[in-house]
Design a protein around this ligand. Structure first.
Ligand code: SF4
Length: 135
């Protein structure tokens, strides 16, 4: 089983209430078992929601208490992002998943090749999971 950012699979869970469906990825995963995950919704944030950004560091820094996640209204969403990251970790542990395909350029799911590493990606990397980034 592979954990995949739900927005890549066509779930309308992004901050703007839309998805980032990746049809090629969905085709690639046709014969795989998939666990859709959206850490921001699992952290208790509603959809749609104001977009958030990492401030003063990356997801690793957020986990260590040295950076924050702030939305466009200036609200501090750090706690929700960390809660969502651990909710994802709990789910993938229960399913014995080793591989995660995550959405790029996200303060939660981004793996850091195109943007800062997000909070959930950082936790999964730190816990030894294989994470790959998709657009
Ligand atoms: S990038 Fe991650 S947190 Fe953002 S909508 Fe997609 S699955 Fe949810």
């Amino acid at each position: 089983m592979i954990a995949v950012s739900a927005c890549l699979l066509g779930f309308n869970c992004r901050y703007d209430g839309k998805c980032k469906k990746n049809s090629a990825l969905i085709k690639l995963l046709k014969s795989e078992k998939i666990l859709p995950i959206c850490p921001e919704e699992l952290g208790g944030l509603s959809t749609p929601r104001a977009p958030s950004n990492l401030v003063e560091g990356n997801g690793f820094d957020v986990l260590d208490g040295n950076a924050k996640v702030i939305n466009s209204y200036g609200d501090d969403n750090t706690e929700a992002f960390i809660k969502g990251a651990y909710a994802v970790l709990d789910r993938i542990r229960k399913q014995k998943i080793k591989l995660c395909f995550l959405k790029d350029k996200s303060p939660s799911c981004g793996v850091g090749e195109k943007y800062l590493t997000g909070v959930t990606a950082a936790l999964l990397i730190r816990e030894g999971y294989i994470v790959e980034e998709f657009s």
